[in-house]
Write a protein that binds this ligand. Structure first.
Ligand code: 13P
Length: 249
């Protein structure tokens, strides 16, 4: 039985001061529990403050929203996996649909980023998901499987076995429309089958999260869906009381 994972993707919200205030308030109302994993993905400039705020709470993990695939060098504006690690991050989000759609990130770039994360000791959390037009054409599974296979293509088997995946249909992100739990299960099952084949049987260590308009009212039914091991939450993770309700579900 995998522990449910509740991950907050803050996107471009909350600088260092707001991050510190949020985390202190959250930690005060959320005592440590070992039956679930909570991860925060603040903006890169807030990572160091977040790492400090979380220093005594190993049950709450920290992640970076995006990394560059190189270790260092002339890449203005970018953050390396090692820099995020130095701040206390242990997870790296890779291939979020906003990175793909707004910043031109390709499947091949996600593969390099997953590999760079794993090399630096960060667990990659690869995001996959189809756009509305791809869903309407009936190509959800081919799109998701292409993103998945290419994205993990540079990982070793042991790295594959400990990674995280998030299925986030693009049409569900920030729209108030969620996938029906049974539809999420179909895609999650296909992802699980891929890992079972790639890992020759045991794919139980790979947590597959759902994301897209998750809120405090739909958390329970989504997390209960077969093959849904956790949730990746945007908007609803920005309010500390709502987020505390979600992770306490
Ligand atoms: P919303 O929860 O705001 O739909 O965002 C989902 C998301 O993109 C998380 O990565």
């Amino acid at each position: 039985m995998r522990k449910p994972v509740f991950a907050a993707n803050w996107k471009m919200n909350y600088g260092p001061q707001e991050t510190r205030g949020f985390l202190l308030k959250f930690l005060a109302s959320y005592p440590p529990r070992d039956d679930r994993t909570v991860i925060f993905f603040p903006p890169a400039v807030s990572l160091a403050v977040a790492g400090f705020a979380l220093r005594d709470r190993p049950d709450v993990l920290l992640g970076v929203q995006n990394i560059h695939w190189e270790e260092k060098g002339a890449f203005t504006g970018e953050t390396s996996a090692q820099m995020a690690r130095d701040c206390g991050a242990t997870v790296a989000l890779v291939g979020h649909s906003e990175r793909r759609q707004l910043f031109g990130e390709t499947d091949e770039m996600t593969a390099r980023k997953c590999a760079a994360a794993a090399r630096a000791g960060l667990t990659p959390l690869l995001c996959v998901g189809e756009r509305a037009d791809e869903r309407d054409r009936g190509t959800t599974q081919p799109v998701v499987m292409r993103q998945l296979k290419t994205g993990v293509g540079r990982l070793e088997k042991t790295q594959l076995a400990s990674m995280l995946v998030a299925y986030e249909p693009v049409w569900a992100i920030g729209t108030g429309k969620t996938a029906r739990p049974e539809d999420a299960t179909i895609v999650h099952s296909a992802i699980r089958r891929y890992f079972r084949e790639a890992l020759s049987g045991s794919a139980d260590s790979v947590a597959i999260l759902y994301g897209g308009s998750v809120n405090a009212d739909n958390t329970a039914e989504l997390i209960a869906a077969p093959e849904v091991d956790g949730l990746l939450v945007g908007g609803a993770s920005l309010d500390v009381d709502t987020w505390t309700r979600i992770v306490s579900t």
